[in-house]
Design a binder for this molecule. Structure first.
Ligand code: ZN
Ligand code: ZN
Length: 343
């Protein structure tokens, strides 16, 4: 089979490799849709010791497909089942798993291999984080389950409720998904991004009210003006820039919550106004990854069409297009690229 194999930072190769055999407990899945992700761009540039511990490995982590082989003892699936697989599986036994926070599992097993024709899903993933999808759901839409579950985690951490005003920073795919989840919960959503085709597209798709950071000289003042002086109930950073984390704190009103969703470069820090944090009871929370429960909730939202993310797919390419797709992502020329092995 053909696959895009990651050998190290900057070294992605289209190779002909053997179709894996499903070991006991594993599923062999024929991939129908894989999606590019901002994480892929970062990982290709600098590697990822946690997500890609062993090299070489087939790259990519957002996928949907059909089960074509069932390893001995793998329960709950048959050949022909259409499935989405998350990109990790928690251990279920560590202190954080037992505390109901499996996204913080001390032994999270990461799974890669979306940019290939087939993938063998490891037994632990099959047990905990592979979900069947209804026949009528297109694979390209189902493959959004993983990033959508991340967005659900961000919105859960912000305790977003109907009627709140949520400010999302970032006009990338995850900024869009966060905005869509908040809107689905009947919050009012303001999205702060840099003007350009992506912000235009978000505005046209009515995903959120848009604030152009390149035009507005004073974002906190703009947000205050848009909220009757109160500021945001919840602000979410989806840029991973420390300066924007600080801006997110600034736009949040009394009693509000700031969600640090975008991961910043290692070693960076931010300043917090201690007076505001204390007297205004700001809640500052991180949001990382997703849980098996949120992967299932994401699949439900996609199946019921309560949330339809198809508009975030801006391009479709074959496996040989992955490097070009990731280059376009890096340059802000694509939101998400659908990779279809069969073309
Ligand atoms: Zn992703
Ligand atoms: Zn665990």
């Amino acid at each position: 089979m053909k696959a895009q194999v990651f050998h190290g930072p900057g070294d992605l190769r289209l190779e002909e490799i053997a179709i894996p055999e499903p070991a006991p407990g594993e599923l062999l899945v024929k991939i129908e849709a894989a999606l590019t992700c901002g994480t892929d761009v970062k990982t290709l540039r600098r590697g990822h010791p946690v997500m890609l511990p062993r090299l070489p490995t087939v790259f990519g982590h957002e996928l949907a497909g059909t089960v074509v082989g069932v390893g001995a003892g793998a329960r709950g699936f048959r050949e022909g089942d259409r499935v989405v697989a998350a990109n990790s599986a928690p251990c279920g036994g560590c202190a954080l798993c037992r505390a109901g926070r499996p996204n913080l599992c001390e032994d999270l097993l990461f799974v890669n291999g979306a940019y290939g024709e087939y993938i063998a899903l490891p037994a632990r993933l099959v047990e905990r984080n592979v979900v069947r999808i209804a026949p009528e759901v297109p694979a390209a839409r189902a493959a959004f389950a993983e990033p959508l579950a991340c967005a659900l985690q961000g919105i859960e951490r912000g305790r977003v409720e109907s009627g709140m005003t949520v400010v999302v920073f970032g006009h990338g795919p995850l900024g869009c998904l966060l905005a869509m989840v908040a809107a689905q919960r009947k919050a009012r959503v303001l999205l702060v991004g840099k003007g350009g085709w992506r912000l235009d597209r978000i505005r046209e798709a009515r995903i959120a009210e848009c604030v152009d950071a390149l035009v507005e000289p004073d974002i906190p003042a703009t947000i205050r003006a848009a909220t009757g002086g109160r500021g945001a109930d919840v602000a979410v950073d989806a840029t991973g820039e420390p300066a924007v984390w600080e801006r997110a704190i600034e736009v949040t009103g009394r009693g509000g919550t700031v969600v640090f969703f975008g991961g910043c470069s290692p070693g960076t820090t931010v300043a917090v106004d201690t007076r505001r944090a204390h007297y205004e009871e700001l809640t500052l929370v991180g949001a990382f990854h997703h849980t098996p429960g949120l992967i299932r909730r994401a699949v439900e939202l996609l199946e019921s069409q309560a949330l339809v993310p198809d508009g975030l797919l801006t391009h479709t390419m074959r496996l040989d297009g992955v490097p070009r797709a990731l280059g376009m992502m890096a340059r802000g020329e694509a939101l998400k690229v659908l990779i279809t092995p069969d073309g």
